[in-house]
Design a protein around this ligand. Structure first.
Ligand code: CA
Length: 224
């Protein structure tokens, strides 16, 4: 069940939202103030936030901006009575994924929640991939196997991403050089070999090095 934090100071609306979310199979967490929301964000680990803008202890958009700065990445839909364009733009600028204006139709809100969750799930799916046993997040530039993390240099990341995008295809040294360094110079093809060699050694800890294959006299191929 997807846990959704509902930040709304008006009790009637808060309860209406929570009841409807529960009916639709979500697990709502209620917060009446921004202070409450902060607390729940830490203790309940919601997967999404419905955020009112006018709250007794501050402005929702301003707090959202702070959350984003702190690294809160979960999707946020802003719910507001204000339909002035400037407020909507401010909310989206602060890091909201979508907005609804009050009085809202509850079915529309639920549809928007589902759409935002689908969208964010898809992005995560694309960014997090598996190369052998190694879990790789190209967006966050993090990689690891179980508890053990593997760190790559910027160039290694670029090469790995290029190989991943063209996985199961053989790429020549020249293609890799052109992609990473912007020019194809045969004299420099040794540099690619050095970088690939390092990359392969880093893949050894997760036993994923066999995925990175050398095609003798030609180039490399990432087999998935
Ligand atoms: Ca309010």
């Amino acid at each position: 069940m997807t846990a959704i934090l509902v930040v709304e100071d008006e009790q009637v609306i808060r309860e209406l939202l929570c009841d409807n979310l529960e009916f639709d199979g979500f697990s709502p967490i209620a917060a009446a103030t921004l202070a409450d929301a902060d607390k729940q964000l830490k203790s309940s680990q919601p997967e999404m936030i419905l955020l009112d803008l006018n709250l007794p202890d501050g402005n929702g958009a301003d707090r959202l901006k702070e959350w984003r700065k702190q690294g809160v990445k979960i999707p946020v839909i802003v719910c507001t009575i204000r339909d002035r364009e400037i407020d909507i733009i401010k909310a989206l600028d602060s890091g909201a994924d979508d907005y609804v204006t009050k009085p809202f139709r509850i079915r529309e809100l639920i549809a928007r929640i589902k759409a935002v969750l689908r969208r964010t799930a898809k992005i995560e799916e694309q960014n997090r991939v598996k190369i052998g046993n190694l879990e790789v997040d190209f967006m966050a530039r993090s990689a690891g196997c179980g508890d053990e993390s593997v760190s790559f240099t910027t160039t290694e990341w670029q090469i790995l991403e290029y190989l991943w995008k063209n996985r199961n295809q053989v790429l020549s040294r020249e293609q890799i050089i052109e992609q990473i360094w912007g020019f194809a110079d045969l004299e420099d093809s040794r540099a690619v070999d050095v970088h690939i060699g390092r990359l392969r050694r880093k893949l050894e800890s997760s036993r994923s090095h066999e995925n990175l294959q050398t095609v003798r006299g030609f180039g490399y191929c990432l087999k998935i």
